[in-house]
Design a protein around this ligand. Sequence first.
Ligand code: A2P
Length: 274
Amino acid sequence: VNNTIVLNNGVSIPQLGLGVFQTPAGDETVNAVKWALASGYRHIDTARAYNNEESVGQGIRESGVNRRDIFLTTKLWNADIRAGRTREAYEESLDRLGTDYVDLYLIHWPADGWQQAWKDMQELYLERRVRAIGVCNFEQHHLEELHALSSVKPAVNQIESSPQFTNQTLIDWTNSQMRVDVEAWSPLGGTGGSLLKQPELQAIADRYGKSPAQVIIRWHLQRGVIVIPKSTHKERIEQNFDVFDFSLSDHDMHAISALDTGKRNGADPDNFNF
Ligand code: A2P
């Protein structure tokens, strides 16, 4: 069974979800969502910028799983933040998804204009159009600025985190000082997959009779982080959910954290140009 985390606004989120970044629209996304829901996932994480919201919606409808039983996240894209079109962008995402609410709406990056976007998202939240709102790729200084301008806390901060770039300092600060839960993107180290071939990780995985991907997902869960691994393959989607029958020792948790290279896989939130 999936673990559930209660966010700071009282809404529950399944700790393990399916991410669909870089999953092409059409059959690949529709199938990934259907396979995930059939294997027990109840949390799907998409974004306007992934260009697959329509296929996510189709996959949910074709799965036969009740929309209300699924935790669905999408994100406000940078161009819409800069243009000040939060409400329009939200309605457009709902139309594409074919639903009348999402569970979590996130600011995708701290693009110029995010402060106004946060006010607009608060309105949507207070009008009960969305169950929770949050941010992505916020560093400590962004969260401090948000905290100073707003009474509504983000429910989550979704940031890059994997054994290769644990981001542990930001996670610890976000959890303890802000009382905000963290979601990890690129949780397996992203495309390329070199982390999954790391020999120490493979050795740990062998001892548990699990795959490196399963061990990494388990490491995220035991750190208390919400995790959204991506795959377009049925066996991997199923494998990535088969992580509730074992537990990593403290020793192995530390060994995995020690793989940190300090090098990001994705963009730097203080210096991005998209
Ligand atoms: P694929 O979609 O071809 O399965 P992240 O979630 O960190 O972005 O990383 C996902 C990457 O790891 C993708 O390239 C995905 O490729 C691959 N992947 C996902 N699950 C597994 C798995 N269980 N075993 C091996 N590779 C995986």
